[in-house]
Design a binder for this molecule. Structure first.
Ligand code: APR
Length: 253
């Protein structure tokens, strides 16, 4: 494993980047940090809401016992997000989608900033804060940026909940299977801005590695996935990702 502290992109990574056809990018909260979205962990702290650790307020049992509190937490986060814009990290990943013939973007983020940056067909492993779902018929509703979510399901009248995967819940049907398929076919895998402790998302780089992919982690801090990686670029996604493109440009350096 090679660690580069913000100097340049290793030749091996440049080679793989220039030669790869199938590329997988797995992102976490860190890719949105430079846009102003608080991460959950990292920097030795975890997020707290009204005295409750985020994994308590963001849990299946809280939906059962106090749906209103869950909505208050997600309304608060949605209000934060309204003002925020994608950063150069999101934008570079969107550009890569046009560059590689087989490109898959898997995110644990629910903020929708990848899509705002122009990425499409994003596999949202943990759902989206911009959607609500009926607790009975599973009907889904888009929550526009400048509006609140419908009071109840327009099909069956039951209550709506955030269409986000909460602690203790399964991932959306098919999402992980699509991501795992892409991991098993990838030649190059980027792990960007995730603490690598939440499964099954953290198993994707492991699957890619088992399939022979070259793994590159981008994170200002080491994570439990770092030892798995062929190269760890220690830095911020918004600075490191554009530099990868720059330093792989023909005639650079
Ligand atoms: N660029 C890249 N990485 C960054 C940056 C940055 N600018 N800033 C912070 N990071 C890194 C941190 O060092 C940390 O390793 O991003 C990581 C964020 O970790 P978490 O907050 O744990 O976020 P994530 O890995 O996405 O969490 C996984 O847990 O809470 C649940 O459902 C939630 O999707 C989330 C899941």
């Amino acid at each position: 494993m090679q660690t580069i502290a913000g100097r340049s992109i290793p030749d091996k990574l440049r080679e793989r980047f220039l030669g790869a056809k199938s590329v997988l990018v797995v992102t976490g909260a860190g890719v949105s940090a430079e846009s102003g979205v608080p991460t959950f962990r990292g920097g030795g702290r975890t997020a707290v809401w009204k005295g409750m650790p985020f994994d308590v307020i963001s849990s299946a049992s809280m939906v059962e016992h106090n749906l209103a509190a869950v909505w208050e937490w997600f309304d608060y986060r949605r209000n934060l997000l309204r003002e925020l814009k994608p950063n150069p990290g999101h934008k570079e990943i969107a550009r890569w989608q046009e560059r590689f013939s087989q490109f898959t973007l898997v995110t644990q983020n629910i903020d929708g900033l990848h899509q705002k940056a122009g990425s499409h067909d994003v596999i949202e492993l943990h759902g989206s804060i911009w959607r609500a779902r009926c607790m009975s018929c599973q009907g889904r509703y888009h929550i526009p940026e400048n509006a609140t979510c419908p009071a109840a399901c327009m099909e069956c009248g039951d209550r709506l909940r955030p269409d986000v995967v909460l602690f203790g819940e399964l991932l959306p049907a098919g999402a992980f299977e699509r991501a795992a398929e892409a991991a098993s076919q990838s030649e190059l895998c980027f792990v960007v801005g995730t603490s690598g402790i939440v499964y099954p998302a953290a198993s994707l780089p492991e699957m890619a590695k088992a399939a022979g992919a070259y793994i590159c982690e981008v994170n200002p801090e080491r994570t439990p996935l770092s030892d798995l990686c062929d190269v760890v670029l220690t830095g911020k996604a918004g600075e490191v990702l554009p530099r990868i493109s720059l330093e792989t440009r023909k005639g650079y350096g």
